[in-house]
Write a protein that binds this ligand. Sequence first.
Ligand code: G1P
Length: 297
Amino acid sequence: MQRDVTKAVFPVAGLGTRFLPATKSIPKEIMTLVDRPLIQYAIDEARAAGITEFIFVTSRGKSALEDYFDHAPELERALEEKRKTDLMEVLDATNMPSGAIAYVRQAEPLGLGHAVWCARRLIAADEPFAVILPDDVISGEPPCLQQMVEAYAETGGNMVAAMEVPDDKASSYGILDVAEDDGNMARVKAMVEKPKPGTAPSNLAVIGRYILSPTVLDTLESQRTGAGGEIQLTDAIAAEISAGRTVSGLRFRGQRFDCGSKAGFLQATVAFGLARGELRDEFATYLRELVANGMAD
Ligand code: G1P
């Protein structure tokens, strides 16, 4: 009987150089969409999917991320005295029960596969686990990882979130080579990380949500470097197929924002701003005026 997915790994060791100078002193995962840091969206999605143990793979300079999930007794007391119950609830979502969150360090930036492997001692040999890349922010109902957990209960094996991308963007992603596809779920026969332009086996790309068999961690133990000279998670998942285990790609319902890029972050800011009841009218009016006046010409 396969175990439930209750642990998630969050690779958050990256330097975030695309967002310098902001990331000189704050981790990129603390950068804010409307009023919540990116990492909060990832944690909320994980919780909705039934995750109760959170493993952060960090590096130096990430202490703001660790502090974010601590209780803030003075702040909580001040809000309580002022009876700001709505804000107390907002703050409550940032608190983690003692021991629910673990931090492991990635000593060297050797790639996503290496980052996930750093969590190996915290995952049991029979325990499937999730991986969430906080740069990929996904709005969807139910949230993406929950859709995956529900589908995984039927399929088992390994599962990645999948989305079609334009042909000329395929070389920025892990790409699935599909054996069968019912329009919802694709059975994968091979995977290639960042294929050279014109060589992608499809335009079905891996988006940053995974449910993985712990055997992937064994593969990562001896995984050689792949695309970009990095140890790639995609290559270790592809090895699952060669070992006779299944890999499925779920075409999730929802919209994905690439918050690892400035344009994607701005798009997410607009979308999440418009989705907030208290901001919508004022913000939509501003955007309409901006468009009517010919944008920023
Ligand atoms: C990573 C993965 C890639 C995946 C992408 C999704 O790449 O290696 O397979 O398609 O995330 O965002 P990165 O964007 O870190 O280069």
